[in-house]
Design a binder for this molecule. Structure first.
Ligand code: SF4
Ligand code: SF4
Length: 727
C-alpha cells in the first residue's frame, strides 16, 4: 500500500514541478509584453456580464456548437473532463484507501452512471475528432483543409492520450468491481462491462490490475497535464482566461484606439523615443495579445472562413497567430534575459530570432510577410468563428499601424487615397464641391444643414463619400432620399461640410489621418447639434456609432435599411409595384457580422410584392466578403482569385435575376464582378446589383406610365414618388 502512495505522490510532484515551471515561464513571457490595464478594468467593472460570457462561451461552448458535429464532439469531451474530475479524486483516494468514496455522494448510483456516461461520451468525441482529422487531412486536401499549417502530430498524440485516460479509467474501475472496492453498487454500466471481461482473471489479478491501472491512470493524466503546457492544448487552461479578458461586446465593430505603455496614445504628446506606435516587435503586443497567441487551438475555423485564404492569398488568420506565437517562444530567452551580458551569451539561433523584423518579405526574413498583412479585408469572419475569442483584426491593424506610421511601408497604390483624404476629405479627391451632385434633378429640395440642425429635422442623413461621389452608389443615395421624403421623414444633409469618416485610413493603419478626420467631423456634428443620424454606408455607420464615442462623439446612429424597414412596418412606406424577380441578398460585413444587422434588409425584401428571396450558402454570420473592407478597395488584388469574383460565382449559383445588398462598397465590388461575368457570357445581360433601398423605391413608386420610355425602372426619376404615401 505504501509503495502505491509513494509512486502516486512522486508522479504528482514531478508533474506539478514540470507544468508549474513551464506556466511560470509563460507567465513571465506574457509580462514581457505591454500592459493592458483596460482589460483588467473591464473585468473588474462588469462581473455579471463576464460571468454570463463564461457560462455561454466556455461552459455552453456556444461558438463551437455552431459547427454541429465537431461542436458536439468538443462539448462531450469538455464536459467529460469536468465530470471525470470526480474520478481523479476517486483515483487519488484509492491510493490511500481501497474503499475510498467521495464523502457524501461517493455511493450514489447516478454519480457512477454519470461518470461512465461521460467517459463513453469522451470516447465518442475523440473518435469523431479522429474521423474529422482523417477526412480533412492537410496532406491530401492541401489549403482546403482547415488543419493546413496546424501541428497535426501533436493533435494525434493528444487524441491518443485522451484515449489512454479513458481506457485506464475503465480498466481500473472494472477491476475494482471485481475486488469489491468499487464505490457504486450499480449504475456504472461501462465499468461493469469491463469488469465482466476481467472477472475470469480472478481476484488476485484484479487486485494487481486495480493498483496498476490506478497508477497508470494518474500517470497518463499527469503526463497529459504536462504535455498540455508545452502544446496547443494549453487552450484547456487558457481559453477561459482569454474569453474573460476579451474585449466586449467582442473583437468586431470598433477598432481599438492606439495604445502605448497601457495608455491611449495622444499624437500631440507622443514621444517617438518612449512611445510605441502599433506593433513593430513581438514585445510591443500586450500580454492579452500574447495570451491570444498561447490560446489558439489551431482548429483552423478562422482560416476556413477567411476570404483571403479561400481565394488563394497567403493570409491565414490562424497562421498569423501561430507565426507570432512561434516567434514569441523562440525569442523568449532573449526577452527574459535579465541583462545585456546574459543576452550576449544566448545561442546564435536565439539572437538571430531576436533580430527578425516582425513584418518583412523573404529577403528580410520577416515573421509576417507584407502580402499577408495587406491581404486582410477586416471582414471579421475569423473573429466571428474563433471559439476562444482571439482578436485577429486588432493584431493585424496594430501591425499595419506600425508599418504605415513608422516604416512608411504599405502598398503604394493606397498612398493616393491617403493623400486625397488629407487634402480633399474623400478617397477619390473629388472635393467638397461635388458632395451635393447626387441631389441634382430630384423633384424636392434636400435641406443642407446651415449652423445647427433645426428641431423640425429628425435625422441627419450621413451620405458618405461613396454615396455622394460614386456614380453607382449615388443611385442608392437618391433612392433613400426619395423614400424618406415619401414617408414624410424630415432629414437634412451636411453637404460640403461632410468629410470622410476616416474609416479607410484607420483600417489601413493610418490612425493619424483617421483622428484628424474624425475630430473634424465630430466638431461639425457637435456644432450642428446632431442627435440622430441615418447612414447609408455600413463603414460610416460602424465608425460613427462604434468608433466616434472613443473620441467623444456620441450619436444615435441607424443604418438606412433599419430605418426603411421600420417605415415599411409602420405603414409609412407601402411597396405596391410587384418586382417579379428572384433576388439573393449579400450581407455587407460591416453591417452584418460587425454590427449584427441581418434582418432589416431581409424584412424590406419580404415586403416587396413578387420578390422571391434566395439565400446564398454563405450568408448572415457566415456571409462572404466582397473584398473591399480593410481599405482593400484602394489596393490592387494581385494574388489569387479576386474575392468579388468568388462571391459573385456563389451568387450566380442561386440563378438570381438581381443581387441586392446594403453597402456602397459591396455595390461597386459586386457590380464590377458582375460586369466581368457578363462580358464573358457567364451572367445574364439583365443581371444587376442594387441596394435594398433601390428595390424598395422601385416598388413604392407607381408603375412607370407606358408613355415614359427611357425611364428605366428603379432609376432616379423613374415614376413619381408618392404612390406609397402614408397609409
Ligand atoms: S478579417 Fe477577414 S480577411 Fe482578415 S484575416 Fe480575418 S477572415 Fe481573413
Ligand atoms: S485563431 Fe481561433 S479559430 Fe483560428 S485556429 Fe486559432 S483557435 Fe481556431
Amino acid at each position: 500500500m505504501a509503495l502505491r502512495i509513494i509512486i502516486g505522490l512522486v508522479l504528482t510532484a514531478v508533474a506539478a514541478a514540470a507544468a508549474g515551471q513551464r506556466m511560470w515561464w509563460l507567465y513571465r513571457l506574457s509580462r514581457a509584453g505591454q500592459p493592458a490595464p483596460e482589460r483588467i478594468e473591464a473585468v473588474r467593472t462588469h462581473p455579471a456580464r463576464d460571468a454570463e460570457t463564461q457560462a455561454t462561451e466556455v461552459f455552453g461552448q456556444r461558438r463551437l456548437l455552431k459547427w454541429s458535429v465537431p461542436g458536439i464532439a468538443h462539448f462531450l469531451t469538455f464536459w467529460g473532463f469536468i465530470v471525470l474530475l470526480l474520478t481523479i479524486i476517486e483515483a487519488y483516494g484509492d491510493l490511500f484507501s481501497r474503499r475510498f468514496a467521495i464523502p457524501g455522494i461517493g455511493h450514489w448510483a447516478w454519480i457512477g452512471f454519470g461518470e461512465d456516461l461521460f467517459a463513453v461520451g469522451v470516447l465518442a468525441g475523440i473518435a469523431t475528432f479522429a474521423i474529422i482529422r482523417l477526412r480533412n487531412d492537410p496532406k491530401r486536401e492541401g489549403r482546403a483543409s482547415r488543419f493546413s499549417g496546424s501541428h497535426t502530430g501533436a493533435a494525434w498524440l493528444v487524441l491518443f492520450l485522451i484515449f489512454l485516460v479513458i481506457a485506464t479509467l475503465l480498466i481500473y474501475r472494472g477491476a475494482q468491481i471485481n475486488t469489491g472496492d468499487f464505490p457504486y453498487a450499480h449504475g456504472a454500466f461501462a465499468s461493469e462491462i469491463v469488469g465482466h471481461w476481467l472477472a475470469p482473471l480472478g481476484l488476485a489479478a484484479n487486485k494487481a490490475l486495480e493498483t496498476a491501472f490506478i497508477l497508470a491512470q494518474l500517470a497518463v493524466i499527469l503526463g497529459f497535464g504536462v504535455f498540455v503546457t508545452y502544446s496547443k492544448h494549453l487552450h484547456i487552461a487558457l481559453a477561459p482566461l482569454n474569453v474573460l479578458f476579451s474585449r466586449r461586446p467582442g473583437g468586431l465593430g470598433a477598432l481599438q484606439p492606439m495604445r502605448s505603455n497601457g495608455k491611449v496614445l495622444d499624437f500631440e504628446e507622443a514621444d517617438p523615443d518612449t512611445d510605441i506606435f502599433g506593433r513593430g516587435k513581438i514585445e510591443d503586443f500586450t500580454w492579452k495579445g500574447m495570451l491570444d497567441m498561447a490560446t489558439c487551438t489551431e482548429c483552423g475555423r478562422c482560416q476556413s472562413q477567411c476570404p483571403a485564404w479561400v481565394t488563394g492569398k497567403p493570409l491565414s488568420p490562424k497562421m498569423v497567430i501561430l507565426d507570432l506565437r512561434d516567434h514569441a517562444l523562440a525569442k523568449a530567452p532573449y526577452l527574459l534575459a535579465g541583462s545585456d551580458e546574459a543576452r550576449d551569451k544566448l545561442p546564435d539561433a536565439v539572437k538571430a530570432e531576436a533580430e527578425r523584423p516582425l513584418v518583412g518579405d523573404e529577403a528580410a526574413n520577416g515573421v509576417i510577410h507584407p502580402d499577408v498583412l495587406w491581404s486582410c479585408t477586416n471582414c471579421g469572419a475569423c473573429v466571428e468563428e474563433c471559439p476562444v475569442d482571439i482578436e485577429h483584426i486588432d493584431h493585424i491593424t496594430d501591425m499595419r499601424r506600425h508599418q504605415v506610421l513608422i516604416e512608411s511601408a504599405f502598398p503604394t497604390e493606397a498612398s493616393a487615397m491617403l493623400k486625397n483624404l488629407e487634402n480633399k476629405g474623400d478617397p477619390w479627391g473629388m472635393g467638397e464641391a461635388r458632395r451635393l451632385d447626387w441631389a441634382e434633378g430630384l423633384d424636392f429640395e434636400v435641406p443642407v444643414v446651415d449652423g445647427t440642425i433645426g428641431d423640425d429635422v429628425e435625422y441627419l442623413f450621413w451620405v458618405g463619400c461613396a454615396g455622394a461621389l460614386e456614380d453607382r452608389a449615388r443611385k442608392t443615395t437618391r433612392a433613400i432620399a426619395e423614400l424618406l421624403h415619401t414617408a414624410g421623414v424630415s432629414f437634412a444633409v451636411l453637404g460640403p461640410a461632410e468629410t470622410c469618416t476616416g474609416d479607410p485610413a484607420r483600417r489601413m493603419g493610418n490612425e493619424f489621418v483617421y483622428s484628424m478626420l474624425a475630430q473634424q467631423n465630430i466638431e461639425t456634428l457637435n456644432e450642428a447639434r446632431a442627435r440622430k443620424i441615418v447612414a447609408s454606408c455600413p463603414h460610416c455607420f460602424n465608425t460613427l456609432s462604434n468608433e466616434y464615442p472613443q473620441l467623444g462623439g456620441n450619436y444615435e446612429v441607424i443604418h438606412h435599411t433599419q430605418l426603411l424597414a421600420r417605415l415599411v412596418a409602420e405603414g409609412k412606406l407601402t411597396p405596391v409595384t410587384p418586382i417579379d424577380e428572384k433576388i439573393t441578398y449579400h450581407d455587407p460585413c460591416f453591417l452584418g457580422r460587425h454590427n449584427r444587422i441581418f434582418t432589416a434588409p431581409r424584412e424590406i425584401m419580404e415586403q416587396v410584392p413578387g420578390v422571391r428571396s434566395q439565400e446564398m450558402h454563405r450568408c448572415k454570420e457566415r456571409g462572404f466578403c466582397c473584398g473591399a473592407g480593410g481599405a482593400r478597395m484602394w489596393m490592387e488584388e494581385r494574388i489569387g482569385k479576386r474575392i468579388n469574383t468568388e462571391r459573385i460565382e456563389e451568387a450566380l449559383g442561386t440563378n438570381p435575376d438581381t443581387i441586392s445588398t446594403g453597402c456602397p462598397y459591396c455595390l461597386v465590388m459586386l457590380g464590377d464582378a458582375v460586369s466581368a461575368k457578363k462580358s464573358s457570357g457567364e451572367a445574364s445581360p439583365t443581371l444587376e446589383v442594387v441596394d435594398v433601398a433601390q428595390l424598395l423605391a422601385r416598388s413604392v413608386r407607381a408603375p412607370a406610365p407606358a408613355s415614359a420610355p427611357g425611364s428605366a425602372p428603379g432609376e432616379p426619376g423613374a415614376g413619381e414618388p408618392g404612390a406609397g404615401e402614408p397609409g
